[in-house]
Design a protein. Structure first.
Length: 466
């Protein structure tokens, strides 16, 4: 791979890193933010929801904009929006401005992120593409743990007396680097004959996602009132209208080319990605509560458990990158099976009533969970998008990213049914351990379903692409 291509890949991965970090960096800084800005519970909640909701709404449209007007151009525009919003977050004096800036960050990410997978897909070929997707998976693994750790360290350091503000201000130099290097090294790619954007489809898709994701994100906090179910029903209805509209638009520049779903490779990969998001949304929140309430760990020890998991993820992602796609679907399927086995080990430890279980005692299953998950992310993206035509790469990338965000929202909502229904918010250690064991059964079932769906992906490396 030429030096320019490596630099382009690093810039793309830097853009992805910004997105993942800002999903979680705010979590460990929330108490400090609340204290210094006087933010109430609703504002604190919207510091996370306000970031994730615009992303879920805009990914499909952001991907199509890249197809039509240039993926590098839309990536740079999105990074400009994100960087300016990050500066605004760091300067915000009150909760209203901070929430508004977080919403703007989400808009920037919705423009940026679909271009990452799409550009990797159209720029790299063969083994180089598989290596690039493997590195993409490694970045996801690193960022997932770096976010909360960095948020805690920067807030605790109180650099220049700025308290929590550096968690946002640090994005500014990184964003500027992505903008400058991206314009120079990332090759422009677009559809040869650009059509007009499907504005009606864009509005319908955004409305459907809002009506589905918002109640899933907020329902458990409000004890599932009637309006949540009304919104979900309306969302499914609007989704049906959107799909019907797209069917009529297939010969006239649709927002989503439905031909993408004709092949089982993309459809199966999308479904597997949805399961991947669902199990992550369900597992990570409940695992944190189990560590602190079920085992009595301090927040610092719980953070160290995430570091262990991330070390395993990085090792698994490194193997995926080095394999360069040689094992096709067998690699992510092996990762799913390893994760199921490790989850069973965690379940046996929890069921054994080991209330004094230490971080050292759970090291092996935790590292193996991360190792298995690390073998899934990059190869799943690579294999799912392998046969997507270059002119539809942005749409496919937007859909693929939307699948995991929707899955995480569903998984988070599922915690109310399979975890909080048992604990009822109680800090009792026994209740939290019992609830976590129930969660592991659900997560194991989702992993098994994801493993089965990956049979839709190619078995041999030479059959990944046409």
């Amino acid at each position: 791979m030429a030096l320019g291509a490596w630099i382009a890949l690093l810039v793309l991965l830097g853009a992805e890193l910004l997105n993942i970090l800002d999903q979680s960096v705010v979590l460990t800084a929330l108490p400090a933010i609340q204290e210094s800005t006087g933010a109430g519970p609703a504002a604190v909640q919207w510091l996370t929801t306000g970031y994730s909701l615009p992303i879920a709404i805009g990914l499909i449209t952001g991907g199509r904009l890249g197809d039509l007007y240039g993926r590098r151009k839309i990536l740079v525009i999105g990074t400009v929006v994100f960087t300016a919003a990050s500066l605004l977050c760091g300067l915000a004096a009150g909760p209203g401005v901070l929430v508004g800036a977080r919403l703007l960050q989400g808009v920037g990410v919705a423009l940026m992120i679909p271009q990452v997978l799409a550009t990797i897909h159209v720029t790299f070929e063969g083994q180089n593409r598989s290596k690039a997707f493997g590195l993409y998976g490694a970045v996801l693994s690193i960022a997932n743990v770096l976010g909360p750790v960095m948020g805690g360290l920067l807030t605790e350091a109180d650099l220049f007396g700025l308290s929590w503000r550096p968690i946002f201000l640090v994005n500014v130099p990184v964003g500027l680097a992505v903008i400058l290097l991206g314009r120079k090294f990332i090759p422009e790619s677009t559809v040869k004959k650009a059509d007009r954007l499907d504005l009606t489809g864009m509005a319908l898709s955004a409305l459907a996602i809002v009506l589905i994701v918002f109640p899933l994100s907020e329902g458990h906090l409000h004890h599932w009132p009637l309006w949540c179910f009304a919104m979900l029903a309306a969302g499914l209805l609007v989704l049906g209208v959107f799909l019907r509209h797209q069917q009529r638009k297939q010969d006239n520049a649709p927002l989503v080319p439905l031909t993408l779903f004709q092949g089982r490779q993309f459809s199966g990969g999308m479904a597997a990605q949805l399961m991947h998001g669902l199990l992550c949304g369900l597992f990570f929140m409940t695992w944190t509560l189990y560590l602190q309430r079920g085992l009595g760990m301090s927040p610092v020890h719980a953070a160290l458990a995430f570091v262990l998991l991330s070390v395993g993820e990085l090792a698994g992602a490194t193997i995926a990158a080095k394999s360069a796609g040689r094992f096709a679907r067998r690699l992510p399927q092996a990762g799913a099976l390893i994760t199921i086995t490790a989850m069973a080990g965690c379940g046996l430890q929890a069921a054994g009533g080991q209330a004094d279980l230490t971080l050292l005692g759970m090291t092996t299953p935790v590292v193996l969970i991360g190792f298995g998950l690390g073998m899934v992310g990059g190869p799943l993206a690579d294999l799912s998008l392998a046969k997507v035509p270059h002119e539809d790469a942005g749409s496919a990338s937007g859909l693929f990213n939307t699948a995991i965000h929707l899955g995480i929202a569903l998984g988070t909502a599922l915690t109310a049914l399979v975890f909080f229904a048992t604990t009822k918010g109680s800090p009792d250690a026994g209740l939290n351990r019992d609830a976590f064991i129930t969660v592991l059964w659900w997560v194991g079932s989702l992993l098994a379903l994801m493993w089965a769906l990956m049979f839709c992906l190619p078995k041999h490396a030479d059959s990944q692409t046409d």
